[in-house]
Structure formats: C-alpha cells, structure tokens
Design a protein around this ligand. Structure first.
Ligand SMILES: [Zn+2]
Length: 425
C-alpha cells in the first residue's frame, strides 16, 4: 500500500467513526514505510530527490526521538510504546480480552490438565497471535508513542481494508453504508460512477471498507455443556379412529446429553467447532400421535341400528292424554351410551327449549333424520360425521322427562315416522 493511496482513502473516510484509527494508521504506515528509525539511521538511499524534503524534516526530528519499544508484526513496526515492559503488557492485555488471567497463566505455563473435562468446564488448550509479533527496542517521536489502552484498541481495530460487497435484495445505499460504518458520501467516494440516484442491481459489487485487525488472538479451547435432546414425534395411523381425528397417545420428553466441543476462536469468533465427546445422560422419549385414517361415510345405509345399549321400549309413539308422543322411549339400558342409528352428519347438538332437554339431530343424507332427546350429555358437535353405531352421548332425564330414558324420533323427507317401523330391539 502506498502512502498516497492511504492518505486519499483516509481523506475520503475522514468522517467515518474510524476517523481516529485511520489517522493513527496513516501515521503508523508512514512510520513503517518511510521513517523506520533503524532504516533512517543507516540507509542513505532514502535521500532521493523526491524524498529529500521529507527526509530533511524527519532527520531534524531524530534529535527529539526517545528510547521506545515497537510491536513488530510480520516484520513491520505497527505500534510504539514507551518501553519493552509496556509493549509486553499490551500483548498480554490483548490476550486477556479473550481469556481470563488464570487461563492465560495456565496455558502459557503449559500446565493445562490432561483430565477429562468436568461438567460445564472450559479449558484453554492453546493461545497464540495470528501473526508473528515481536517487541523491538527502537527510537520514536514522543507523540508517536501510544498508551497501553490506546495500543490494545489500535491493534484490535486495525486498518480499514477495502473489500467487495455484493448487493442483496432490498439493499439501498443507506443500509449498505451504515452496515459498514460508512456515510453515503464515503460509499460513493469508494465507488467511481456511483451517485446517490444510482439504481442498485442485485449481485452488483460495491467497494466497501471493513476493519481488519493488525493481529488477532487465536484461542483453542474445549468446553463441556449439558444440552437438551429434543424429542421426536412419531405419527401412528389408526384405521379404527375417524379420519381427521388425532390424539397424543404418549407425551414426548426431552432427553439430556453431555457434549464436549473443541473450538478455535479468532478474536472471540469461532472459526472451527467440533464435537469431540457426546454422552447421553437421558434418552428422549418419542411423542406418539395417533392419527385416524378411517373414512366414515356421511350417508346412511338406509337401515337403523338400535340407538341404545340394551334397554326396553317403555313408551311407543301415539297419542297420550290428547297429545302426540312423536317417538319411542327406551329405558333401563345395560349402559347409558346413546348410539347413532345410521351414518350421517350432526345437524344440531345442544339444549332444546321445547322439552327435549339435551338433543341431537342427525341427517342421514338419504332423506332420513333421527332425533335423540333428554341426554345427560352430548358427545358430538354440529357438522360432525358420525358412523352408524358410534357413541354420540349419554342417556339422561333432561327436559320434560320423568325418568332416565332416550326419546327417539325418525323423520322421512320431513314427515314423522313410527320408529318401530325401522328398528327392532
Ligand atoms: Zn318420549
């Protein structure tokens, strides 16, 4: 990178939040490439015509230079501190951004335990810097020397590196700029030909800048944690259950496992993560859902089944004290379940104010309808398809009833029928 390019970029980005670090990096780049104090002292080749003014200025400055220490990364002095000790502290503090003091001491003393990890334990296996970092004693201008904290932050923030950004759906200049901590004007300056009114195309590449640390802390560690194992849901089809109905026959339970990971992190971001050990503490229990597949015809067969479980006809259809008894009564069954007389669709199921109490009406979709009254409870809903012989409710004495019985009526094309013409006990 040439000094002039760097300066131009810095001018373009002069309003960005990285302003400070850019200015510092310009200074450092200048130091690294033009005013390496050792090179200056020993290398007269720098006195070319172009550089003579600069060298003169720098040469004048040599008089004020103080003993200092440089952190040299990959052979280039990047930051200056007042002493070797401070430089060592900078590197230590940089490492302590990612591990604690005990972990650092242990890993540097190579006294890391070989024992298997305990529950929820973390162990640092290795810690190093991503680039070769050396500390050299040098001379530097007093105003080039950074404090410990400034140096740590400077090494972490690094330089701004130009990279390409591919335009995604929904991107506008403002969002791309703010995602990269740039102002729109900076973004435009980085992209010749781009204006505020440019229409962005998906996959179009834009020049952007991203911070690139001078050096990163690479931590290799392993850690153990307990994790839940989610349960699986198993669906079992049941041909005896109506299609569309489903119920949980076994409740799922999450399991538990102990997992050990081996991770490599670079400045705190995992770049590699592997599972090295996995022990199941508790197996999960599948959730089992029974799903009905039985298709129930909603049209009646045309013949009726006895709508109760046993019982006898306690009253037939006909006039009683001048009033028509519109159906038959069935009483004293062996159990109180009320059953659909034929396949059909429930057209009403609920309380009837006309003396029927809890009442169900089934349309058999073949011209017939049946009515079930005085139920103590109703087990179906309006719109539900019911199968001949299936349970629809419980016998009771609701409405105008003197005792527990089922009142049963049959209609054909809307006309009342005598149920005994259709059912036999
Ligand atoms: Zn009756």
């Amino acid at each position: 990178m040439r000094f002039t390019n760097f300066t131009n970029k810095a001018m373009k980005l002069i309003n960005s939040p990285f302003k400070k670090s850019i200015i510092i990096s310009v200074t450092i780049a200048a130091l690294a490439f033009h005013t390496n104090p050792v090179a200056l002292a020993n290398n007269s080749k720098l006195s070319t015509a172009n550089d003579s003014h600069k060298v003169k200025k720098t040469a004048k400055a040599i008089d004020h230079k103080a003993q200092a220490a440089a952190i040299v990364i990959d052979g280039k002095p990047v930051v200056y501190l007042d002493s070797k000790n401070t430089a060592q502290d900078v590197i230590k503090k940089l490492k302590l951004q990612y591990v604690n003091e005990d972990q650092l001491t242990a890993v540097e003393a190579k006294s890391t335990s070989e024992q298997p990890l305990g529950q929820n334990e973390t162990r640092i296996l290795d810690l190093h810097l991503s680039a070769d970092a050396a500390i050299e004693e040098v001379k530097a201008e007093p105003d080039q020397i950074l404090s410990l904290d400034q140096a740590v932050s400077f090494l972490q923030k690094g330089t701004l590196e130009e990279t390409k950004y591919k335009v995604k759906q929904g991107d506008v200049l403002g969002t791309i700029a703010s995602e990269h901590q740039l102002k729109i004007t900076n973004l435009i300056a980085l992209n010749p030909g781009l204006t505020e009114n440019s229409v962005l195309q998906i996959d179009q590449e834009l020049n952007v800048t991203v911070p690139k640390p001078f050096v990163e802390v690479v931590v290799e560690k392993e850690f153990n944690q307990q994790e839940e194992i989610p349960y699986q849901t198993e669906v079992k089809e049941d041909p005896n259950v109506a299609n569309g109905e489903s119920k949980v026959s076994q409740t799922g339970q999450a399991g538990l496992q102990s997992v050990t990971y081996h991770v490599i992190e670079q400045n705190g971001t995992a770049v590699k993560k592997d599972v090295t050990k996995q022990d199941i503490i508790k197996q999960p229990v599948n959730q089992i859902v029974v799903k009905g597949t039985k298709v129930i015809p909603s049209r009646g067969e045309g013949s009726f089944a006895w709508p109760a479980v046993g019982g006898y006809i306690s009253s037939t259809m006909g006039y009683r004290w001048g009033k028509l008894h519109k159906g038959i009564d069935i009483a004293r069954p062996s159990n109180p379940t009320i059953k659909a007389a034929d396949n059909g669709v429930v057209v009403s199921a609920g309380w009837d104010n006309g003396g029927y109490g809890n009442k169900i009406v089934i349309n058999h979709q073949n011209g017939y309808q049946t009515v079930y009254a005085h139920l103590s409870s109703i087990g179906v809903k309006t719109g539900q398809t019911v199968e001949k012989g299936s349970a629809i409710g419980v016998m009771g004495a609701t409405g105008d009833a003197t005792g527990v019985h089922l009142h049963f009526e049959v209609y054909k094309n809307g006309a009342l029928q005598d149920p005994l013409s259709y059912i036999k006990k």
